[in-house]
Design a protein around this ligand. Sequence first.
Ligand code: NDP
Length: 327
Amino acid sequence: ARKYIVKKYFQGLPKKTDYEFVEQELPPLKDGEILAKAEWISVDPYMRAYNPQQKLPYDQISFQVASVVESKNADYPVGSRIVSIRGWVDYTVIDPKTEQRFYKLPNLDGLSPSLGIGAVGMPGVTAYYGFLDLCKPKAGETVVVTGAAGAVGSLVGQIAKIKGCRVIGFAGSDDKVKWLEQELGFDKAFNYKTVDAAKALKEAAPKGVDCYFDNVGGELSSIIINQMNLLGRVSVCGSISAYNEDPRQLPKATIIQPAIVSKQLKVEGFLVWRWEDWNAAFVDLVKWIKSGQLKTQEHVTEGFDKLYDAFIGMLAGENKGKAVVKV
Ligand code: NDP
C-alpha cells in the first residue's frame, strides 16, 4: 500500500517536503477483516488546522470512500463500499469491529459514491446540524454564510433557502459569486477580496442579520457580527482565514464583544462529532439532492499522486463545492 506521512509541522502553507510518501506490505487478512481500495479521498481544511496539535510523524488522516476488494467478513462483501478516516492511503486492512469513525457508505439512491466524502459525508453533516441545530433558522430570517462557495458553506446557504430564509454569501472570487447567485439561489453574494464588506452587507441586509454561519473568522466575521440583530445566532464552524498564519502574527480583528452583549447574541462553536446520528442527516440530504433542492458540485483532482496539489489548491480557494481526489 502507498501512503502519505506528515513528518514536519507546517509553516504557512504546507510544503510537499513536509510529507513523506511510503510504500508498505499489508498483512494477510484475519477473520473478520476486509481489504479496502480507496476510490475517493478527501482534502479538507482541518488537515491544516490540526497539524500543530499532532505528534510527529503521523499518517495524513482524512475521509475516504473505498470498495471492499477482499473480505473475511460477511457484512462487508467484495464490491460493497465503506467510508473510513484512513486518509491518504490507497489500500487498507480494516477490522470493522474496532475501526473508529467507520461506516458503510450510506444509501445514495444512485448518486455518485464520491458524495460520501462530501454532501452526504462529514461536510454535509457539518452543514446540516451545525446550521440547523445551532442557528435554529426561521423562515423570513436573514442568514449570512462565509466560505459560501465551499463544501460546507455552499450546502448551508442552500439549506437556509430550503428553510425559507434570505441568504447572503461571501466567497473569494467573482466566478464563485456568480455561481452562488445564479446556480445555487443565494439572494446575494459578494467577493470578500474586492468588496467593502461592511457597506455591502448594510445594503444587502438593511434590517440586519439574524443567523451567521462562520467558516472563516477574522475581520470579515467581526464585520458581520457587528451587523447582527437582537437575539441573533452565530454558528462558529471554522476560521480558515487564520489556518496558515503564525498565531503570534495574526492581524488584530475588531472587538465583537460589545455587539454580542448589546444584541444578546448566542455564539456557539461546534465539532461535527457532537452529533451521533449522521444517518438522519444523510436521509434528508439525499432527499434534497434527488429533488433538486440541493445542488452539489465537486472540484475533482485525478490521481493518488496529486493529493498534495489538491490540498494546497483547496486552501488557495481553487474549489467550488467539495474538493475531492479520484484515486
Ligand atoms: P471549503 O470547501 O470551504 O474550502 C476551503 C475554502 O476556504 C477555500 O475554497 C477558500 O475559498 C476559503 N479560504 C481560504 N483561505 C481563506 C481566507 N484567508 N479567508 C477566507 N476564506 C478562505 O472547505 P470546507 O467546506 O471543508 O470547510 C469550511 C470550514 O468549515 C473550514 O473552516 C473548516 O475548518 C470548517 N469545518 C469545521 C467542521 C467542524 O466540525 N467544526 C467540520 C468541517 C469543516 P474562497 O475562494 O472563498 O477564499
